[in-house]
Design a protein around this ligand. Structure first.
Ligand SMILES: *Cc1c(COP(=O)(O)O)cnc(C)c1O
Length: 399
């Protein structure tokens, strides 16, 4: 047999983390890594945060899973908290981002259906978007890389260029049910929507009675310096998918909606065996105890500005490899002059974990509670990595 026991869908690197503490991961070989990847924007409180860890430990010892056949008090607590903190009136809990996306899409389609518009059964999505790996989610992208080899995929979405309002306007038809957008594209390359674009989408949705669906799975939960990115755009969605940061490392997601948008989501329209389990609810509540505090969010904004500034100061010394910084809060991307994967791989040897993204972007996604010492360490590690990478390229050993 040549196939490994673990289905080979990931190109896993050599790092084998065995322990985490704050912003650091420790490898099986004893090596220490500055974790500026945070499990791809998941570990928003870093590793081993005492409040989160204790909440999970206590809940695990009390009750881990019951069922949505029963009342789960934690669901009410977390749902009410999210309702209080956001545009939403109601919440469905999932275990992951793609499940939150699925619920968001179903909510939009059901809205049109119960409002006597069953013909409105298509969603407008965007080039370089990422909504997860289910059949519906990959069919919502135009990325060949994600779609192959699963064609033909369900044809239920129309794809417009990101930040191009005219293109969206031209795509709206009698069969459009809603528009699904990441306020800051993550996998696509840390690309924020322009304010005019998001406001314009809101106006188009109002004008045509379409659902505006935000995917804040990556940019939500404090990552951009506000609890949710949409707050910085002066708009509110009808439906929003969240996940990643909300569990702080525990698998948790949610679909949030207004009362109007959720009109079609009645008994029997959706469900999940694990979604809303007591353990996940305890994790989500513990994360929000910390992240939803205004002082914490202000600190994310300030730390984000200092990190961005540090990176902007750093780039001119390495402008053969790096050209600019973009993003919001602690969701930053450094644009390289070449493909990023080799550098990201290389940087790990110099003790810093980052993530490659589309459009030649090195994603910088630290825990939200880092301080200036971590920023200094980041630029120091990037300097060492860039110098060594440059040398390795010259000798043809950069990989
Ligand atoms: C990661 C991500 C998803 C998918 O989340 P999973 O938990 O991997 O299913 C969906 N949307 C966005 C914007 C993401 O970044």
């Amino acid at each position: 047999m040549t196939i490994p026991a673990l289905m080979p869908t990931y190109a896993r690197c050599e790092v084998e983390p065995v322990r985490g503490e704050g912003a650091y991961l420790y490898g099986a070989d004893g090596k220490k890594y500055l974790d500026f990847a945070s499990g791809i924007a998941v570990n928003c409180l870093g590793h081993g945060h005492p409040h989160l860890t204790k909440a999970i430990q206590d809940q695990a010892a009390t009750l881990m899973h019951t069922s949505n056949l029963y009342n789960v008090p934690g669901q009410w607590k977390l749902a009410e908290k999210l309702v209080e903190l956001t545009f939403a009136d109601t919440v469905f809990f999932t275990n992951s981002g793609v499940e939150a996306f699925e619920c968001a899409a179903k909510t939009a389609l059901a809205y049109q259906h119960v409002n006597e518009h069953p013909e409105r059964n298509r969603i407008i999505t965007f080039h370089n978007c990422f909504h997860g790996r289910s059949i519906a989610a990959i069919s919502a992208t135009s990325s060949e890389k994600l779609r192959t080899p699963f064609e033909p995929l369900p044809d239920w979405s129309d794809h417009a260029p990101f930040n191009d309002l005219d293109a969206v306007r031209a795509l709206i038809s009698d069969s459009t049910a809603g528009i699904m957008v990441e306020p800051v594209q993550g996998e696509g390359g840390i690309l924020p929507a322009t304010p005019e674009f998001l406001k314009g989408l809101r106006d188009l949705c109002d004008e045509h009675d379409l659902m505006l669906i935000l995917d804040e799975v990556q940019c939500g939960v404090g990552r951009t310096g506000t609890l949710f990115a949409y707050e910085q755009y002066g708009i509110e969605p009808d439906i929003m998918a969240i996940a990643k940061g909300i569990g702080g490392g525990f698998p948790l997601g949610a679909c949030l909606a207004t009362e109007k948008a959720a009109y079609g989501m009645t008994v029997g329209t959706h469900g999940s065996t694990y979604g809303g389990n007591p353990l996940g609810m305890a994790a989500g509540l513990a994360v929000l105890d910390v992240v939803a505090e205004p002082a914490f969010l202000t600190q994310v904004q300030e730390t984000g500005e200092r990190l961005r500034h540090a990176l902007e100061q750093w780039i001119p010394n390495h402008d053969d490899l790096f050209e600019s910084v973009r993003g919001m809060g602690l969701m930053l991307g450094i644009r390289m002059t070449e493909a990023t994967r080799p550098f990201v791989n290389f940087a790990r040897q110099y003790g810093i974990l980052t993530v490659a993204a589309g459009d030649n972007i090195v994603r910088i996604l630290p825990p939200l509670n880092i301080d200036d010492s971590h920023i200094a360490e980041c630029t120091r590690a990037l300097t060492e990595a860039a110098n060594a990478y440059r040398e390795a390229k010259a000798t043809g050993t950069a990989g």
